[in-house]
Design a binder for this molecule. Structure first.
Ligand SMILES: [Fe+2]
Ligand SMILES: [Fe+2]
Length: 165
């Protein structure tokens, strides 16, 4: 992103990124990185695409940043499969608790797990948020898995070398 865009992006999101409850996401593991970092990536991709397409980029960027606004405490009573379905609604509840969220942004957050969740994206911005999340998540999971495979190979190699000594 250009310096100007980075500055504008910061202006749009800085009350969220510095909010004490949003900062808790720095300690939540998500696709091998923190949920804070993941959310920031989805927000940046949403910002770039929605701005380029002349859409409602400020509100879309903020909603994208809040799309996974939940901690392990919020989902403690759900198993992993159910968490996949319910976390968009939990994120929306948390987002509404601390920030101004309109109906359009609510849909962007609540529909981001479509088609796993039952909420359909109703706006172009909602389709962009759910697509950005899937692209970013695929990239993160691939990288995480690639690192894991590399780690396993290194342990294997280390053991082979150790056995030959
Ligand atoms: Fe999510
Ligand atoms: Fe996500």
């Amino acid at each position: 992103m250009s310096l100007q865009k980075t500055y504008e992006f910061d202006q749009i999101v800085n009350d969220i990124t510095n909010h004490e409850h949003f900062l808790e996401l720095k300690h939540e593991l998500h696709h091998g990185i923190s949920r804070y970092e993941h959310s920031l990536r989805v927000a940046k991709m949403t910002y770039v695409i929605t701005k380029r397409l002349n859409l409602d980029y400020e509100r879309a960027t903020r909603a994208a940043l809040l799309h996974d606004f939940f901690t392990g405490k919020d989902t403690i009573s759900y198993n992993a499969k159910d968490t996949l379905k319910v976390h968009p609604s939990i994120a929306l509840l948390n987002a509404k608790k601390y920030f101004d969220i309109d109906e359009k942004q609510a849909n962007m957050i609540e529909a981001h797990m479509f088609p796993i969740c039952n909420v359909m994206p109703k706006y172009k911005e909602s389709w962009i948020v759910t697509s950005a999340d899937k692209i970013v998540a695929s990239h993160e999971m691939y990288r995480y898995k690639a690192q894991m495979v590399l780690g396993i190979w290194l342990i294997f190699l280390f053991n082979v070398i150790a056995m030959q000594k």
